[in-house]
Design a binder for this molecule. Structure first.
Ligand SMILES: [Zn+2]
Length: 314
């Protein structure tokens, strides 16, 4: 019933992205895959536990964002008996990653993409199993329960592991970086593009806490036991993010204006949080720079999406 946290050392950063190794008797499963360059380290941890890649039954991705699923194809190639467990909306991208790869290359460029993710091959459909909401998997007597959790991404699920009392939350239960926890809890939500929905994200928080799990295993980063405390901070911030979306939606700003407004408001929210937590240091700024940027983008995207839907209705 062991859960091992593996630091994927994602893009060279420690304490940023975790993957998890679960052991059940002499069998194993991985939850999250980080990116392809992280796979050798995951296999090394497996070998250290005395388990061969042939004994890996499952590779599970919480959602298809590439810091979670980028290494899935490589890991599946290394573990010939494994089945990939994925959300219905994530499975299609695992089977045919071309759209995902194209959009990531559009963001990062060909060369940077190759450095970050290597190659992402298709995973044969016969090795992919879709897990519906509330589905349960009996893994040699250990039950894994799958909960679809929208808000961060529409292709996201969490995995509850009743045997360990844990729930693997991907990006649905915020980001709690170990390096920023010196003077108490500091959690932030991830509102990155393209599916951010504040109300759905809040409902997902309640659903996660409602499972009664004693530990939430976050991808960014590690196990946290104070689920109520994390949820409280995230709820308060998601209210603010929701209000930014509402205000921008109601304004007469054009697309560029919405983008600038959302980024400014999100940056101001980060300023406020960092000073409230006495965390406004260059280290904290460096750790949070990408999230601040992505959160601003995601909020602006949510406004544009809502406008597009409203236009279609009229
Ligand atoms: Zn994500």
């Amino acid at each position: 019933m062991t859960v091992t946290t593996i630091d994927a050392e994602y893009l060279g950063h420690e304490g940023f992205a975790a993957t998890y190794l679960l052991q059940q008797g002499d069998r194993a499963a991985f939850i999250e895959t980080a990116n392809a360059p992280a796979v050798p380290k995951m296999l090394e941890v497996l070998a250290n536990e005395g388990i061969s890649p042939e004994q890996v039954d499952f590779v599970i991705i919480t959602h298809v964002h590439l810091d979670h699923a980028g290494g899935a194809a490589s890991l599946m190639q290394a573990c010939p008996n494994a089945t990939l467990l994925a959300h219905p909306n994530a499975a299609k991208h695992a089977i045919d990653p071309s759209k995902l790869v194209r959009s990531a290359k559009g963001v990062y460029g060909e060369e940077r993409f190759a450095q970050m993710y290597g190659t992402i091959d298709p995973i044969p459909a016969s090795r992919v199993r879709i897990m519906d909401d509330e589905s349960r998997l009996d893994w040699n007597g250990r039950t894994l329960r799958f909960l679809h959790t929208r808000g961060h991404a529409n292709h996201h699920f969490c995995i509850q592991d009743e045997a360990s009392g844990g729930i693997f939350t991907g990006d649905s239960f915020g980001l709690v970086y170990p390096a920023l926890q010196d003077d108490g809890l500091f959690a932030i939500p991830s509102t990155s593009p393209t599916d951010f929905d504040a109300a759905a994200a809040k409902a997902s928080l309640d659903r996660i806490v409602g499972t009664g799990a004693n530990t939430a295993y976050l991808t960014h980063f590690g196990g946290v036991s104070n689920l109520e405390g994390v949820a409280k901070q995230l709820h308060a911030q998601l209210d603010r993010y929701g209000a930014i979306v509402d205000e921008a939606f109601a304004s007469d700003l054009d697309d560029a204006g919405v983008e600038a407004f959302c980024r400014e408001q999100v940056a101001a929210l980060f300023d406020e949080l960092l000073s409230a937590h006495d965390l406004d240091t260059p280290l904290a700024r460096r750790i949070l720079a990408t999230d601040m940027d992505l959160n601003g983008q995601g909020v602006a995207f949510a406004v544009k999406k809502r406008r597009f839907k409203a236009q279609k209705r009229t």
